[in-house]
Write a protein that binds this ligand. Structure first.
Ligand SMILES: Cc1cc2nc3c(=O)[nH]c(=O)nc-3n(C[C@H](O)[C@H](O)[C@H](O)COP(=O)(O)OP(=O)(O)OC[C@H]3O[C@@H](n4cnc5c(N)ncnc54)[C@H](O)[C@@H]3O)c2cc1C
Length: 467
């Protein structure tokens, strides 16, 4: 969709209409307005004048405005189609697919292995970045439309694929995420108490266990999961929290603002360092031996490759070590001889145009296909899957209609120079002293005035955004 439509409505104070427009594509507005890494802002023409528009924060504003002023549940959608669709997994991909399928008139059931709905939104991303009432409200709206949500039900174990087809589901969407942590492959890994992977740690805390994993915590990695683990450990009251990351800050994949907040809150980051071995004593972790790196030529990811510098070994003291290096889908739920085509990255192989797996009527999307990616990509996959499943059930050719590629309007250099500079509105934040010992949200959202002023900075260039 194009961003300028709802931004123009915000500029006119038509907040309700703006939200309705976004929701035509994206039912998780308040969620994506908070955690999206906003690639659309890279394409924003305003960047050439001063700073890009705060597109994600504007999305968040309209969602919060509804929740504050007039929270309401939609009426159930009338079922106009006989067929039912089973969705496996209740993360952003599954929830978005459910939303678009129910609004097309299908019966929709989400099967979720955990007792809670939301996937990584609930088990991974901590409440200081994504408050739970925002997730609960947006999930409740999808439920109110008529989507059935069966928690504590693992497809492949509690109910088989054959059962689903026998129960009358005409198509299945696999949105099972990427829940298996990759190994470090170094001595001492998994050998000592106090060594636990980041997803286990975050899930435990996010589902209510507020016990500290130790006092001196060492986290390995540079993505959102590493930063979230560090900020979570600080909030639990751990004395000393350190991150070891193998490249420099410039290559760190976590959102730059999150890295900044982690450092402000007191997380120490050892850049350009790699773990060599986990150290233990009497069966418990006591530290980690590391080596310093320098950066070499770019690797397949396009980022410069870390190269160990001989003789620079050093030790980090720790009584808990939390690797957060990467994940891949946990496919242990698939029965033996399942016959699904699986890639060498342990993800589902799908036709990229249609998201259909090698099995007719079974589609897959989100992290289960891409490997660990982002919320907005999962939302886009859910929407595409719904469109493909609709075509499949109607017996139509599976062809994805890309959004009309009307180009963004490029302004000339003279036009850009003639525009008055107006800096981007800043988001107020929770003061540092109020963040101690709690998971209160840190970024506080725009006021009405700030949102309208920000929306008025839009140059209406027709920037295309994912959802
Ligand atoms: C700590 C952390 C922080 C992150 N921060 C950000 C961020 O700031 N911004 C961003 O854009 N992205 C972030 N991400 C990534 C983002 O959360 C994921 O890309 C996104 O949630 C993927 O969505 P999904 O729907 O594909 O899968 P998931 O959200 O992983 O949901 C999959 C669901 O499927 C369920 N499931 C699995 N197998 C079965 C089965 N057999 N039967 C039934 N249910 C099953 C799981 O229990 C889970 O609920 C973060 C990830 C982590 C771990």
């Amino acid at each position: 969709m194009r961003a300028h439509g709802y931004i123009a409505l915000i500029a006119q104070r038509k907040f309700k209409e703006a939200l309705a427009l976004v929701r035509r594509e994206n039912p998780l507005t308040g969620i994506s307005g908070r955690v999206c890494h906003h690639p659309c802002e890279e394409a924003c023409e305003r960047r050439r004048v001063d700073e890009p528009l705060a597109i994600a924060y504007l999305k968040r504003f309209i969602a919060d405005y509804e929740l504050k002023t007039n929270p309401e549940m939609p009426a159930p959608v009338e079922k106009t189609r006989e067929e039912q669709v089973a969705i496996v997994g209740s993360g952003p991909a599954g929830l978005t697919a459910a939303y678009h399928l129910i609004t097309k008139g299908y019966g929709v059931t989400i099967f979720e292995a955990l007792p809670v709905v939301g996937g990584m939104l609930v088990t991974g991303i901590p409440p200081n970045r994504l408050p739970r009432n925002i997730i609960q409200y947006e999930v409740a709206r999808i439920k109110a439309l008529g989507v059935e949500m069966r928690t504590n039900t693992t497809v492949g174990r509690d109910i088989t694929f054959d059962d689903l087809f026998k129960e009358g589901y005409g198509a299945i969407f696999l949105a099972v995420g990427a829940y298996d942590s990759r190994k470090l492959g170094i001595p001492g890994e998994d050998e000592f108490e106090g060594f636990l992977d980041c997803l286990t740690f975050l899930q435990r805390v996010n589902l209510g266990d507020r016990s500290k994993p130790g006092e001196k915590i060492c986290i390995i990695g540079g993505g959102n999961a590493a930063i979230d683990s560090a900020r979570t450990a600080l909030r639990l009251g751990c004395e000393n929290v350190t991150i070891v990351y193998r490249r420099s800050r410039r290559e760190m994949p976590a959102n730059p603002s999150e890295i900044e907040e982690a450092e402000v809150e007191g997380v120490k980051i050892h850049y350009l360092a790699s773990p060599l071995r986990i150290l233990g004593k009497n069966g418990h972790v006591v530290g980690m031996e590391c080596i310093r790196n320098k950066l070499g030529e770019p690797d397949a990811s396009g980022r410069r490759r870390p190269m160990p510098v001989e003789g620079t070994e050093f030790t980090v003291d720790a009584d808990a070590i939390i690797p957060a290096i990467s994940q891949h889908p946990d496919l242990s739920f698939l029965p033996e001889g399942h016959g699904f085509a699986i890639t060498r990255w342990t993800t589902f192989e799908v036709d990229p145009q249609t998201l259909q797996t090698n099995k007719k009527g079974i589609f897959a999307g989100g992290d289960a296909v891409t490997g660990p990616a982002t919320v907005i990509e999962a939302i886009a996959a859910g929407k595409k899957a719904a469109e493909m499943i609709d075509r499949y059930l109607r017996g139509l050719e599976l062809k994805f209609r890309e959004e009309e590629s009307r180009p963004s309007m490029k302004l000339t250099d003279e036009e850009i120079q003639a525009i008055e500079k107006k800096p981007r509105q800043r988001l107020p934040k929770l003061p540092l002293e109020k963040r101690v010992g709690n998971f209160d949200e840190v970024e506080l959202g725009f006021s009405e005035e700030a949102a309208v002023a920000e929306a008025k900075r839009c140059l209406r260039c027709w920037t295309l955004i994912r959802a």
